[in-house]
Design a protein around this ligand. Structure first.
Ligand SMILES: Nc1nc2c(ncn2[C@@H]2O[C@H](COP(=O)(O)OP(=O)(O)OP(=O)(O)O)[C@@H](O)[C@H]2O)c(=O)[nH]1
Ligand SMILES: [Mg+2]
Length: 623
């Protein structure tokens, strides 16, 4: 039977533990491609093949989960098709991981041989166990000089026990690998030169899909892609029956509505590409183009005997922010699409495939409330819009509060911080003010004097924390957090403590002016930068906002004085990333996101307006 020669496997892990590098190696070593082809696909600059979109390459992270497939012949002469799903490791995309797991029958749980299990390892493993998926542990990066593979295996085992895995799962096979160097072994004392043990372990340990080709067609849509030619492309596994090109099908949505449609394009995966297929059999993963309507969680069924598969839960957003047209004085200088109508169209298009995103009208006509799974999720959308020549102003991200049984609830996250033990006090005092509780404190075995701290903390408490922890520990601490659950609202958490410096007039920043303001604080701008009235140009060293003029030119005089401009004291500007800016701003401020620039500004640009708003109360400040 066809399904017996198919394996569907997802690669899951905490961020950066090497999932995509591993998938790339599995593609490289499958023998399906010539070396030049692979080099071309990776963009020729040592990028990962599977991180194919420009933002993924720039940031070195996976944003979208992706399918690929390799052929593998094992010793018994059978040829297998292994469908591999690479998943994103960042916590904001956890919901996507959970969904794509529905396509698979097993997982490779990749864990860094130094880090050991981290918060997202726990999250994705919980989901895999809940779905009854067979795990294989891949201890990756064993080439690292500080690697501690045996300890890591024990830690993962403890995690399985803590998550109440059954005996069968507890018996997980272990592979030691260096995805980067392209080798894997089941036994560290027996070095190996290729990835063969990984293919073999998949075929041996991951069950063939339970799929009956003789039953009526059922395919579950687990992700969506978008093509300019055919619109939405539905991706998922065929659980029963088979699908053929041009076949009539019934799409059953989550409410149980049926629509009769036709398969316009049918694809299966081959390598990293989608290949046109005449037929796709139960057990395989495929993509269907030309359906409308179609959505995640829908079942594609046979019109004669349509029956729906269990629905796929979609994560509710936990964070929202307002998007509005750029109404600052530099609007339209940089981007091509600036009107609120253009922004709305772009958001509508995003909603086609970005399933965890919500868009609602805002308080004002040109304002939208955009909600998502976290700062990274919304930040990536903004980054993509910048690249496509949009200009947008966005407000301070807010966590989404829910009411449950008459009680206000807020998102709470599991936060892990690892740092040398001499930093521990600094970390604890920063976290202490943020309504968190310490749930675990360990020394990290086999890793010098590192400590491992785990907290539960309201998502609100995470704003701006990363930057402060890095400063307090001179960059020696690492921190990761993952959404855990909604809990009754905890007390207030201090806002940004410092005030800001607000520019008083439009102009170009001078070294002379920065020198005169040297004692006042830090600057986000450099000499020569164009600034405008109402722009936030620096951080005040005190807790109140002040209006300054960083564009003040030196008075011209005939006399040569001691050349102060040449000796101007200018500290290096503090250049914040988009996400750092979003964490930095307060409610009366906006981040202006343009293709070539990022600025922070007051919502109300004129000092008079701000004063009036202050008198009338905070609501007036929010227009
Ligand atoms: N030393 C070493 N580094 C590795 C190994 N595998 C991956 N890396 C490095 O780890 C970093 C992250 O690798 P990725 O493959 O992008 O990790 P990922 O798990 O796909 O990351 P996300 O998709 O963003 O969650 C890259 O800099 C890799 O070069 C390995 O076996 N050894
Ligand atoms: Mg990746």
């Amino acid at each position: 039977m066809f399904a017996e020669t198919v394996r569907n496997v997802a690669i899951i892990a905490h961020v950066d533990h090497g999932k995509t590098t591993l998938v790339d190696q599995l593609l490289y070593q499958s023998g399906m491609f010539r070396q030049e082809e692979l080099e071309k696909m990776s963009g020729g600059d040592h990028s990962l093949i599977m991180d194919s979109n420009p933002l993924e390459r720039e940031r070195g992270i996976t944003i979208l989960s992706k399918n690929c497939a390799v052929q593998y012949s094992n010793g018994d002469g059978r040829r297998y098709k292994i469908n591999i799903v690479d998943t994103p490791g960042h916590a904001d995309f956890g919901g996507e991981v959970e969904r794509v797991l529905k396509m698979t029958d097993g997982v490779l749980l990749v864990v860094d041989a130094f880090d050991g299990p981290m918060p997202q390892t726990r999250f994705v493993l919980t989901k895999a166990l809940q779905h009854g998926l067979k795990p294989i542990l891949v201890v990756n990066k064993v080439d690292r000089p500080d690697s501690r593979p045996e300890d890591v295996v024990n830690e993962v085992f403890d995690l399985f026990v803590e998550l109440e895995a059954n005996d069968d799962s507890l018996d997980f096979p272990v592979i030691y690998a260096s995805a980067k160097e392209g080798w894997a072994t089941m036994d560290l004392s027996k070095p190996n030169r290729n990835m063969k043990p990984v293919y073999e372990a998949i075929i041996r340990n991951i069950p063939a899909p339970k799929a009956d080709p003789d039953k009526p067609l059922q395919m579950l849509v687990t992700s969506l892609e978008y093509s300019d030619y055919v619109g939405r492309v539905a991706v998922g596994k065929v659980f029963a029956g088979k699908l053929a090109q041009a076949q009539a099908i019934t799409v059953i949505d989550k409410e149980g509505n049926h629509t009769l449609q036709k398969v316009v394009q049918l694809y299966e995966y081959e390598g990293i590409a989608k290949k046109r297929a005449d037929e796709v059999w139960a057990g395989d993963i495929c993509a269907v183009g030309g359906l409308d309507p179609v959505d995640i969680g829908d079942t594609i069924a046979c019109p004669d005997e349509p029956s729906a598969l269990p629905i796929v839960a979609i994560d509710e957003p936990t964070m929202s922010m307002t998007f509005q047209a750029n109404d600052g004085p530099f609007a339209g200088r940089d981007g091509r699409y600036v009107t609120s109508l253009q922004i709305r169209d772009r958001l509508d298009k995003e909603l086609q495939t970005n399933v965890a995103l919500r868009v609602e009208p805002g308080r004002a006509a040109d304002e939208f409330i955009v909600s998502g799974r976290g700062l990274m999720h919304l930040g990536i959308l903004l980054e993509n819009m910048r690249r496509e020549d949009y200009e947008i102003c966005v407000g301070k991200p807010e966590v989404i509060i829910r009411m449950k049984d008459g009680v206000k609830q807020e998102p709470v996250e599991r936060l892990v911080i690892e740092c040398p033990s001499d930093c521990q006090n600094a970390v604890m005092s920063l976290i202490g003010t943020r309504r968190s509780e310490l749930i675990k404190m360990d020394t990290k075995s086999g890793a010098g004097d590192y400590v491992h701290l785990e907290f539960m903390i309201p998502s609100r408490g995470l704003f701006g924390l990363n930057a402060r922890i890095l400063t307090a520990t001179q960059g020696r601490a690492i921190m990761h957090h993952t959404f855990e659950r909604y809990e009754p609202m905890r007390g207030s958490i201090p806002d940004r403590q410092a005030g800001v410096m607000i520019q008083s007039e439009t102009g170009s920043v001078t070294a002379y002016a920065l020198d005169a303001l040297y004692e006042r604080g830090l600057f986000f701008v450099r000499p020569g930068d164009e600034v405008y009235e109402g722009q936030v140009i620096g951080e005040h060293c005190k807790d109140n906002d002040i209006v300054v003029n960083a564009a003040k030119a030196k008075q011209m005089s005939n006399m040569r004085t001691s050349s102060k401009d040449e000796a101007a004291r200018v500290r290096p500007a503090r250049i914040l990333s988009l996400e750092a800016m979003l964490e930095y701003i307060q409610q009366d401020e906006l981040v202006e996101v343009c293709p070539g620039s990022l600025r922070m500004r007051k919502r109300l640009l004129k000092e008079g307006q701000r004063r009036r708003a202050e008198r009338l109360g905070p609501q007036a400040v929010l227009r």
